[in-house]
Design a protein around this ligand. Structure first.
Ligand SMILES: *Cc1c(COP(=O)(O)O)cnc(C)c1O
Length: 218
C-alpha cells in the first residue's frame, strides 16, 4: 500500500458516502517506524502524524519539525499526568484525555502557559478493562467536567475491541459526540478506516497500511 493509495481510498469512500473528502483528515501513525520511512512520507508532502508515546515522539519529532515546516502532531496513546507539560509542548492535538486528574492538569498548564493543544476525549467504547478511555456511560458527565474547567473539546476518539465489529463502536462514538455538540470523531485504523468514514470519522489514524508493518508492537 502506501500513502498515495490510502489517500485515494479515503477520497473514494468519502465520495461514495456523499461526504466531502476534505472533511476526513488522515493521521499517519508513525510510532516505531524507522526514520527513513517517516521522512519518505514527509517528503511526499504529508504533514499530519500520530504517535502513541511522549518519549518516543520527543526523540524524533523536534528534528523532523526543523526539516519540514507545518507538521501537525497528534498524541494517540495514554498520557501520564507527569508528562502533560512535555506533551502539551510537543503535540498539536492530544486525543487521549480520559480522566479528571489529567483534565485538571491540562487546564492548569494551559492557564499558566497561555497555550493548549486541541483536545479529544478517548472513549472506551468496548468497556475493555485493559483499555484507556472513559466508559460510554460516563462520557457525558466527563465532557461537562472538562468544559467546566474551561477546556474546549474538539472531538472524541475510540479504539474498538480487536474482536468486535468496529461499526457498532463507531456508531456509539458518533452518537455520544452528537448529543454533546462535538464535531470531531477520531476513529478508524488500517483495517477499518473506510467503515469509520462511512460513520462520520473526521480523523482516521492509519499506520501499517501507509508505512508497512511495524518491526515490533507497542
Ligand atoms: C498504532 C495505532 C494506530 C494505527 O494502527 P494501524 O493498524 O497500524 O493502522 C491507530 N490508533 C492508535 C491509537 C494506535 O495506537
Amino acid at each position: 500500500m502506501g500513502l498515495a493509495e490510502i489517500k485515494q481510498r479515503i477520497v473514494d469512500e468519502a465520495t461514495r458516502c456523499g461526504r466531502n473528502p476534505q472533511d476526513v483528515c488522515l493521521i499517519a501513525v508513525s510510532k516505531v517506524q524507522p526514520d527513513d520511512r517517516v521522512v519518505a512520507v514527509l517528503e511526499q508532502g504529508h504533514r499530519v502524524f500520530g504517535e502513541n508515546k511522549v518519549q518516543e515522539a520527543a526523540g524524533k519529532w523536534p528534528g523532523f519539525k526543523e526539516r519540514f515546516a507545518g507538521v501537525e502532531l497528534h498524541l494517540i496513546g495514554p498520557l501520564q499526568t507527569n508528562k502533560a507539560r512535555q506533551a502539551m509542548e510537543l503535540f498539536d492535538v492530544i486525543q487521549t484525555l480520559d480522566r479528571l486528574k489529567l483534565a485538571k492538569t491540562i487546564a492548569r498548564l494551559a492557564e499558566e502557559t497561555g497555550a493548549c493543544p486541541r483536545l479529544y476525549i478517548q472513549v472506551n467504547t468496548g468497556a475493555e478493562p485493559q483499555k484507556a478511555g472513559v466508559l460510554p456511560e460516563e462520557a457525558d458527565a466527563f465532557i461537562k467536567e472538562c468544559r467546566d474547567l474551561g477546556l474546549s473539546i474538539e472531538g472524541l476518539m475510540c479504539i474498538p475491541p480487536a474482536d468486535e465489529e468496529p461499526s457498532l463502536n463507531f456508531a456509539l462514538l458518533a452518537k455520544i459526540a452528537k448529543r454533546n455538540g462535538i464535531k470531531g470523531l477520531s476513529m478508524g485504523m488500517s483495517g477499518d478506516f473506510e467503515t469509520a468514514i462511512a460513520q462520520g470519522a473526521t480523523h482516521v489514524r492509519v499506520g501499517s497500511a501507509i508505512f508497512g508493518e511495524r518491526a515490533y508492537e507497542v
